[in-house]
Design a protein around this ligand. Structure first.
Ligand code: ACO
Length: 403
């Protein structure tokens, strides 16, 4: 066993904070989060108000610029989403060269990274309306196209290009689902649910992927490479990958003949690495406020589409049982944002391996705003944690013939 006390004595004034449980890495004025009360506000506005009243493009503007846009500013920003939506024709070929079962998350992070080669300008060219840089607008508009193209690639259907006539969410759904001879029918309830989901994912202060974007960006690497690193961090099942893990777990429970107890006991067993996906959060010690809104949206959308998904019943029942169980109560484990989002995506027809891509699409304005805020702060330093060294300090070299 490691004798931490003696190691710390040797190390001097270094704090050991595994997983950054209690260490702030920056000042930020983007997102306010109170994990005990279950409050989440972007730039001071509650996510409840924003999700009920705004479009995702409007909230993106708020997060990026600090203020809600007026009519003119919003129109201009919307126009940018259309103006920059197309990809350079040479980039379209990228999608032909991934293997047939390529993960859409890997396609997303690779392609975002290479945007730098096609759109290298990184200076903040502000426009007269809102001061959002061309690079930012470009990234927001193009990532939506890349996400939809990565899906088309995975199912072998021809790419559908963005349309100037559709709004941000409609455009995405159309690029995903419109097929030769099977035109996609835009349903307002689906578009509204997608809009809400993207808003609820738009920022979440210094989570794992955002901290990655900041850390990579602190070396002054370009925005595209920093966002690409954030996408990779989000991929993990303990972070954004949990929405996919939730659906897989609910399906397993369904196939087991609804044996809830088996899965709950398995999650409580300390000798088993299994955890209930979609429960628990580093910061929320009560209900994740996003989960409440998504649960309601899930109800509304399925009812308006007249869809009955047995996984929703399983999710409700599992939640009820977990909230009555002492193990979960004593550890403050509540449903998080990922618990119900997958059920909505399923009803929209979005396949499981695209769920985390959807999360990335929503989180993009937050990542960009955090990266920009970091660079605007003159006191920013390159991120460089220290360590407590536990290995040999010095050894005599052993030549090859003696090893
Ligand atoms: N199922 C069973 N037990 C759990 C769960 C869970 N989902 N989550 C936490 N616990 C237990 C841990 O085993 C630990 O128990 P112990 O005190 O007896 O050792 C205790 O609760 C605290 O858990 P930690 O892992 O220390 O909490 P941490 O803050 O490091 O982790 C995390 C948070 C990663 C979200 C965790 O709750 C988890 O793994 N959840 C499942 C995955 C998930 O849903 N991730 C999405 C998070 S939201 C997001 O990223 C968008």
């Amino acid at each position: 066993a490691i004798d931490i006390r003696s190691l710390l004595k040797d190390t001097g004034h270094i704090t050991l904070d595994r997983g950054f449980m209690n260490t702030a890495s920056c000042f930020s004025s983007i997102t306010y989060l109170d994990g005990d009360k279950g409050i989440l506000n972007y730039r001071g506005y509650s996510i409840e108000d924003l999700a009920a009243n705004c479009s995702f493009v409007e909230v993106s503007y708020l997060i990026l610029h600090g203020e809600l846009p007026n009519y003119q500013e919003l129109e201009h920003f919307r126009h940018d989403m259309n103006r920059f939506a197309l990809l350079h024709e040479d980039m379209i070929h990228f999608f032909d060269h991934f293997p047939p079962n390529a993960s859409p998350m890997s396609i997303l992070s690779t392609t975002i990274n290479s945007l730098h080669n096609f759109y290298p300008e990184m200076t903040a060219k502000t426009d007269p309306y809102g001061g959002i840089s061309v690079t930012t607008a470009r990234l927001l508009a193009k990532v939506r196209t890349i996400a939809a193209f990565s899906y088309k690639k995975s199912n072998g259907y021809p790419l559908v290009y963005p349309s100037h006539k559709l709004n941000y969410c409609e455009n995405f759904l159309n690029m995903m689902f419109d097929r030769p001879n099977i035109p996609y029918e835009i349903k307002p309830e689906v578009t509204a649910a997608l809009n809400k989901l993207l808003i609820l994912h738009a920022d979440h202060e210094q989570n794992c992927s955002t901290s990655t974007v900041r850390l990579v960006g602190s070396a002054q690497v370009n925005l595209y490479a920093s966002i690409s690193a954030g996408v990779s961090a989000l991929w993990g099942p303990l972070h954004g990958g949990a929405n996919q893990a939730v659906i897989e777990m609910l399906e397993e429970i369904h196939e087991s003949g609804d044996d809830y107890n088996y899965y709950i006991e398995k999650a409580k067993d300390k000798n088993d690495p299994f955890r209930l996906a979609g429960f628990g959060h580093r910061v929320y010690k009560t209900f994740d406020p996003r989960a409440r809104i998504i649960k309601e949206a899930c109800h509304e959308m399925l009812a308006s589409m007249n869809v009955h998904d047995p996984l929703l019943d399983i999710a409700f029942e599992l939640e009820e049982r977990v909230l009555r169980d002492d193990y979960f109560i004593s550890r403050n484990l509540y449903p998080n944002v990922d618990f119900y989002s997958g059920i909505i995506y399923r009803a929209m027809g979005i396949p499981t391996d695209m769920f985390t891509v959807m999360f990335a699409l929503g989180r993009l304005p937050g990542w960009i705003a955090q990266w920009t805020e970091m660079h605007a702060d003159p006191n920013t330093k390159i991120g460089r944690p220290r360590q407590i060294y536990t290995g040999y300090k010095q050894r005599a070299f052993v030549p090859m013939y003696e090893r």
